[in-house]
Design a protein around this ligand. Sequence first.
Ligand code: SF4
Ligand code: SF4
Length: 303
Amino acid sequence: MDNSEGIVFNIQRYSIDDGPGVRTTVFVKGCPLTCLWCSNPESQNPMPEVSYRYTSCKRCGTCVDACPVHAISLTHDGVHIDRKLCTSCGSCIESCLYEALAMSGKKMTVDEVFKVACKDKDYFEVSGGGLTVSGGEILAQPDFVAELFRRCRDEGIHTCADTSGCGEKAAMEKILTYSDLIYFDIKHMDSDKHQLYCGGPNDRILDNLKLVVNSGVPIVIRVPLIPGYNNSDENIAHISQTIVEFNKDIPVNILPYHRYGANKYRMLDMVYPLDNVVSLTEDELKRARQIIESYGLNCEISV
Ligand code: SF4
Ligand code: SF4
């Protein structure tokens, strides 16, 4: 039994959007990027952190007294957590009777996560599904992810790695060894804009993309399309051209911008950076797909 540990912030069973068939999706915590449109802001910090649900809080002050390092104060606006002082001990969460506080992320062993995956093995077999690990960024926890995938493989469970591609080459190689499918995001071909919008350049990402394509492991390219940030015809064409140069049979998925994660920012004392951005219209999405298809690529728009 291997007990390598990872930091996990969510495990979602019966998922149908994270690979073929019915899947269990494990979300690991920690990401080197900070994409402005990130729908999982709780995934960015690699360590467990307290989230606060303003609407559930009764302003009772119990958590203030429970905190051993005096990181919590009660303000006219609800509870304020000094995140520099907070040690993520969890005492405040235990003290709150109204479930206004929760810990986002916890250490889990490979064995613990593997047991969760095995619960749905029958569904995987019937539907052609399996286990997906997403993030956060999986390349930040390569030993944990690779060992989890190795265990799944031995058990006949299909493995899918969902990655931004931002990480060490060695990490990608390690995970590739036990991956049946890679979901690989490409956001911007202009490295300066990638730096501006995502918090890092795209050079390592493109290097890892090449590595994955050359490995022969099946890959799906996913393009989150964010109005005003990366949906220019020029960027979509550049992405398409890059993919075609690798292999025109690589499928492409457009992931339309949504605001599902916007409410989570406040729970972590973060500011949602794209407050004024509205969703793309059907015509705009269709136009993006047409550009991609004009390069001979097979493109789908995810819902
Ligand atoms: S204990 Fe819970 S309900 Fe009371 S102030 Fe703290 S967060 Fe709010
Ligand atoms: S997790 Fe611990 S240290 Fe952090 S605010 Fe709560 S009680 Fe204080």
